[in-house]
Ligand binder design. Structure first.
Ligand code: ZN
Length: 77
């Protein structure tokens, strides 16, 4: 029986499931689209300029670093 993990996408807040990290390389996001959106924010400096002042937004606060699949995905960034 295949393992099925459930997560909530930090970008669009939708719940999604995946079988394993190898088949879901855009973790911790639900899709490649959300990953690109989030990385685009970083490159544009939006987090540093805008969100830092309001919420102290940080990617490390948004993802579950205790999850080995998430850590694998972060290492691949
Ligand atoms: Zn998403």
């Amino acid at each position: 029986m295949a393992t099925c993990h459930q997560k909530r996408c930090p970008e669009c807040k939708r719940k999604f499931s995946y079988a394993n990290a190898q088949q879901h390389p855009w973790l911790p996001f639900c899709s490649e689209r959300c990953k690109v959106i989030d990385l685009g924010r970083w490159f544009n400096g939006e987090y540093a300029v805008v969100e830092d002042l309001t919420k102290g937004h940080d990617l490390k606060d948004k993802v579950d670093l205790d999850d080995p699949d998430v850590r694998d995905a972060m290492d691949q960034l």
